[in-house]
Design a protein around this ligand. Structure first.
Ligand SMILES: [Zn+2]
Length: 99
């Protein structure tokens, strides 16, 4: 390490790792931890990598952040969640009749 390019405000976006103990929550697709953070306490948003969001990994906080900052991603996540919860085997939705 020669200490080159020490920019202010670390952009660690590409260095984020996924949550180890993922309880299946899809929200973790958009959040991560520093590699050095073995306890995985400081949650980083992959969009806002310069900022620690929360010290606890409460997904409620993450959802709130999403709602406020990333509407699009939030909606996507909600959709994915809903889809994941309704696991119906090859049951196409009933076609709507427009008449
Ligand atoms: Zn964010």
């Amino acid at each position: 390490m020669e200490g080159e390019d020490e920019t202010t405000g670390e952009d660690i976006g590409e260095h984020l790792v996924s949550k180890k103990k993922n309880n299946g929550s899809l929200i973790w697709r958009w959040f991560g931890f520093k590699i050095s953070d073995e306890q995985q306490k400081d949650v980083f948003c992959r969009e806002y990598t310069k900022q620690v969001l929360t010290k606890s990994s409460s997904t409620t906080n993450l959802f709130n952040h999403f709602k406020q900052r990333h509407k699009k991603e939030y909606e996507e996540c909600v959709k994915l969640r809903a889809a994941a919860q309704t696991v119906k085997p090859s049951q196409p939705p009933a076609p709507k009749q427009t008449t």
